[in-house]
Ligand binder design. Structure first.
Ligand SMILES: Nc1ncnc2c1ncn2[C@@H]1O[C@H](COP(=O)(O)OP(=O)(O)OP(=O)(O)O)[C@@H](O)[C@H]1O
Length: 219
């Protein structure tokens, strides 16, 4: 039987260096639609997303997405980190998307034409077709966000974890991305957990808000 689309924490303690992000938190929340992970700068939002992906270990407790531990759940998750590494800036946008594709099933890699067509489809979906062949380093902040979102959508994830997808965007671009996220949740049934300080742009599109504060996670 399929597990409900929940995020659940059982006595979770999570730290980043000497800072306690979560202090013995127990909570279960549905994930359907868009969940906004809110909190002040440095409250631990990025660290929490990484813990959901299994990139950061919990100090104690159990965290599950759709009933699965992060190490298993991450196979169905698309992730958009905050910012890009300097090394990625030289490669063309379309290569950035193709590089994230597994491209192999039962040991047979997808032919590169299929990978390219798939990347082109995802870049079209996020409105990034016109700059698909330009290096990431020559794109504006908003254009890069679209490429990164296309990358997060490779391999048809059921869940997206997006770290500040609206940062560095003007109001119009923010509304375009929010409308795209809305379409992804409605038409493709993708659940989104995202951080953002741009709460105005998300007005009416968020199913729930999780607030990180003083070691707690509040609905
Ligand atoms: N690997 C690490 N080692 C030590 N401290 C860390 C590490 N990673 C993060 N921190 C610290 O943990 C705290 C939480 O960082 P995090 O990036 O998760 O916050 P955030 O809520 O995403 O912040 P912002 O809104 O500014 O992006 C910060 O004080 C940060 O300096």
């Amino acid at each position: 039987m399929a597990h409900p689309d929940n995020l659940s924490l059982d006595q979770v303690t999570l730290c980043a260096g000497t800072k306690t992000i979560l202090d013995n938190v127990t909570l279960t929340v549905p994930m359907a639609g868009v969940t906004l992970l809110a909190g002040r700068n440095g409250s631990g939002k990025s660290t929490f997303l990484k813990a959901c992906l299994g990139l950061v270990r919990l100090q104690s407790g159990v965290l599950r997405l759709k009933g699965q531990p992060p190490e298993i759940a991450c196979r169905q998750i698309g992730y958009m980190p905050q910012g890009l590494s300097d090394t990625a800036l030289m490669i063309p946008a379309i290569s950035h998307v193709m590089a994230a594709m597994k491209g192999a099933r039962w040991g047979i890699p997808l032919p590169s034409r299929a990978r390219r067509e798939n990347a082109e489809r995802l870049l079209a979906l996020t409105g990034a077709s016109s700059f698909a062949r330009r290096p990431l380093g020559l794109l504006s902040g908003g254009e890069r966000q679209r490429v990164c979102l296309a990358q997060a959508l490779t391999d048809s994830p059921q869940t997206l974890l997006l770290d500040e997808p609206l940062a560095a965007l003007d109001h119009e671009a923010q509304h375009q991305i929010v409308s795209l996220l809305d379409t992804l949740t409605r038409d493709l049934g993708i659940s989104i957990l995202m951080t953002s300080h741009e709460t105005e742009a998300l007005d009416g599109k968020v199913s729930r808000i999780l607030k990180l504060k003083n070691g707690g996670l509040h609905v």
